[in-house]
Design a protein around this ligand. Structure first.
Ligand SMILES: Cc1cc2nc3c(=O)[nH]c(=O)nc-3n(C[C@H](O)[C@H](O)[C@H](O)COP(=O)(O)OP(=O)(O)OC[C@H]3O[C@@H](n4cnc5c(N)ncnc54)[C@H](O)[C@@H]3O)c2cc1C
Ligand SMILES: C[S@@+](CC[C@H](N)C(=O)[O-])C[C@H]1O[C@@H](n2cnc3c(N)ncnc32)[C@H](O)[C@@H]1O
Length: 658
């Protein structure tokens, strides 16, 4: 399974269980761990040969260690590393674990396998609680209250690792024995391990085969045989001594800026700002969240219900990959939200015309059935609980969320200080950091600032050139009736309607590219009611829509914030005019190669442009931002992070000679 999906067959591991209850792969005809002592083998081969106990204990204050693995399997190696980390690392350090897995276990198989290790229950329970929406591509998990990040790369390791940008400190080379899985143990894989390594990166594997040792040596690892454990006579351990080659273009490189203190201002307390604050606070940053209103989530993020809807492409576009990763991340985050404030009731997208039907047919062929399923009209009606004009595509893990509650959850952290009634009008750079002021009065200062004020980030000169547009949208609040209580899923066509929250259904939403007004209008309530009629005349009748007077209806209007390519804008900001001067030659030669450093505005970052799907893109964008800031593994493929980078517009303009 890749994130250029080609097959909708089951992506999950097919297992047999032996008499001792241990799993065995049907496909590879091999065991997941030594049947006579899996824990001891993991500890000996992977933890000890990478000297992890000592390295964890010696981490500097606020330090981190990044482990990479080929083949996540049951997660045993991960759980053992996590346990050792908690036992030995200083309290303010973090662990990142990145693991590629082509055939993830189903949740029930994972639960069964991990039940074999009661001493790891404290860790496996946390993993199992988050083990959902494990769809293709990069899937980020936040564990141990943010101290541990797990990034699963769901797909073939040879397709996934080339997309990874991560400074790996230790490799666990796992993945069934080479004779059972020869495709994986190849020079291309070893070259990728080397690309992601730096001097001092270590590697270990249970395999002691001479050709594996020689190939790893050739890739730049100095390997040696060492005694094994159990039935294994010998295993391999090694260290990277090869050359590192930075292949990244300077305008997408990681800024080398190192703030004097881990303190940040986040300007704007909607989904983007609260997510940025949460990801930084989880990493030990002191965050001041500045919001001009009297509370958070008062603008676009203030709707009563938003839909977790995946607008995917069958062609593996950057946006589609972002959506799949972002959906998984938000979906796992929601497990912490009070269940009155969201529902995993599924989302049904109706196929009301031939074009939509053809698109849905492509998607159904491209993605696994646990992500989306085509439903006939009778099946769709039985799912939704109401009469419908057509069948469609059902997303069983989707649902609705009360966005303000999600913002509250994200911003509720002892390291986050919310400053309301704080309208930042000026942002000035001083030798010791950035100062946020309002009419000359200092509101707060810090070495790092995240601009998360949707389109209004352009009011700051430093971000004025970003091409963000406002699109007004209005939702209509419809009181629930006894008959409308039958609605069991979100149903979407042009518009959408969700099962009731607090006695009301949210019906949305209009699109107006021109109006700058925030007052609701009867005309848009009327057009929303037409969207409802299109979704289901049965539901419209159940809600007695024909009797409702649009001028009396309650609703809410706000502005979406979109970019020209519909991708969010997330990452470090450069000085716009210095950027144009520095890279002017690109105007004459788009293939010009340079290592001239990017003129970054040290400490200034953006998280904006979440369009109509901030629920899916904003939380993971908080993680992406934190990864740029902390030199961590990116939670998205490099190409997707570049597609979301603030510099992409200036770069395109230069290349097009604009
Ligand atoms: C009608 C409508 C329906 C939608 N439906 C869905 C849906 O079903 N599913 C979905 O996923 N998404 C939906 N969206 C989109 C989603 O709401 C947005 O993508 C998301 O809320 C954007 O979050 P944000 O934090 O970027 O922006 P906002 O929520 O607008 O937050 C920006 C914040 O910054 C503050 N701010 C700005 N400038 C300053 C300053 N200088 N100083 C201090 N504070 C400042 C603002 O006051 C505001 O609180 C919908 C949007 C609309 C309008
Ligand atoms: C021996 S198991 C790993 C055990 C695991 N590390 C643990 O702690 O349980 C090997 C894993 O590698 C995965 N795998 C095999 N070939 C792969 C490939 N080409 N890409 C990604 N994963 C692969 C298998 O699906 C399997 O889950």
């Amino acid at each position: 399974m890749s994130d250029h999906p080609t097959s909708a067959s089951s992506p999950y591991a097919q297992l047999d269980w032996d008499a001792q209850g241990q799993p065995r792969s049907q496909l590879f005809a091999d065991v997941y761990f030594a049947t006579d002592g899996g824990l001891a083998e993991t500890r000996h081969v992977f933890l000890e040969q990478n000297a992890l106990a000592q390295r964890f204990a010696e981490l500097p204050a606020g330090g981190q260690l990044v482990i990479g693995e080929t083949g996540f399997g049951t997660g045993l190696n991960f759980l053992c590393a996590w346990q050792l980390f908690e036992q030995t690392a200083p309290g303010d350090c973090r662990l990142h674990f990145v693991s590629a897995e082509k055939y993830p276990l189903t949740r029930s198989d994972l639960q069964r396998a991990l039940a074999l290790w009661p001493e790891l229950a404290r860790y496996s329970e946390q993993l199992l609680a988050q083990y959902l929406a494990v769809h293709p591509g990069f899937q980020r998990f936040t564990l141990s209250s943010g101290r541990v990040s797990l990034t699963l790369l769901i797909g073939d390791v040879l397709e996934q690792l080339p997309q990874l940008d991560a400074p790996i400190d230790a490799w666990f080379l796992d993945g069934f024995a080479p004779q059972r899985n020869p495709q994986m143990w190849c020079p291309e894989l070893f070259a990728e391990l080397a690309r992601l390594s730096h001097p001092g990166t270590t590697l270990s594997t249970f395999c002691s085969a001479g050709d594996v040792r020689r190939a790893l040596n050739a890739a730049g690892f100095k390997m040696q045989r060492v005694p094994g454990s159990g039935r294994k006579w010998e295993v391999l351990k090694g260290q990277f001594i090869g050359q590192t080659t930075p292949a990244v273009k300077p305008w997408f490189a990681r800024p080398s800026f190192n703030p004097a203190a881990r303190q940040a201002l986040v300007i704007g307390a909607g989904l983007a700002g609260c997510s940025s604050a949460a990801s930084l606070a989880a990493r030990g940053w002191q965050v001041t969240l500045l919001e001009r209103h009297g509370a958070l989530a008062q603008e676009a993020s203030g709707n009563p219900q938003g839909v977790l809807y995946l607008k995917l492409s069958a062609h593996g576009t950057a946006l589609s990959r972002l959506i799949l990763s972002g959906f998984g991340y938000t979906r796992r985050l929601l497990e912490q939200l009070h269940n009155n404030d969201w529902a995993a009731c599924g989302v049904l997208q109706l196929a009301l015309n031939e074009k939509e039907l053809a698109h849905q047919t492509q998607l159904a062929a491209a993605f696994p059935a646990d992500l989306l399923q085509p439903l006939s009209q009778p099946q769709a009606e039985s799912r939704a609980g109401i009469a419908l004009p057509a069948g469609g595509l059902f997303y069983p893990d989707g649902g609705w969320v009360h966005p303000p509650a999600l913002c509250q959850l994200l911003a509720k952290h002892p390291q986050i200080r919310l400053l309301t009634h704080s309208d930042v009008l000026e942002l000035e750079r001083h030798p010791d950091g950035w100062q946020a002021c309002s009419q000359g009065q200092l509101l707060a200062s810090a070495p790092v600032v995240v601009l998360a004020g949707a389109t209004d980030i352009r009011n700051f000169a430093q971000a004025a050139g970003l091409p963000l547009k406002r699109i007004r949208g209005q939702i209509t609040r419809l009181p629930q009736t006894a008959a409308s209580a039958a609605l069991r899923t979100v149903v979407c066509a042009e518009g959408y309607i969700a099962p009731a929250h607090a006695g009301e259904h949210c019906l949305g939403a209009s699109f107006d590219m021109h109006s700058q007004e925030l007052a609701t209008t009867a005309a848009e309530h009327r057009s929303n009611l037409r969207l409802l009629e299109e979704i289901s005349s049965d539901l419209s009748a159940r809600l007695q829509a024909a009797q409702l007077d649009p001028s009396q209806l309650q609703g809410r209007a706000a502005f979406r914030c979109t970019s020209p390519d519909y991708l969010p804008i997330v990452g470090p900001l450069a000085d716009a005019s210095a950027f144009l001067r520095q890279y002017a030659k690109l105007g004459k030669n788009a293939n010009w190669r340079t290592d001239l450093p990017c003129p970054w505005l040290d400490g200034l970052y953006v998280n904006s442009g979440h369009g109509s799907r901030g629920l899916i893109s904003a939380p993971l964008s908080g993680e992406l931002l934190a990864a740029w800031l902390n030199n961590e593994p990116l939670p998205l493929p490099r190409a997707v992070a570049e597609a979301c980078h603030p510099n992409r517009f200036a770069l395109r303009n230069l290349i097009r000679g604009k």
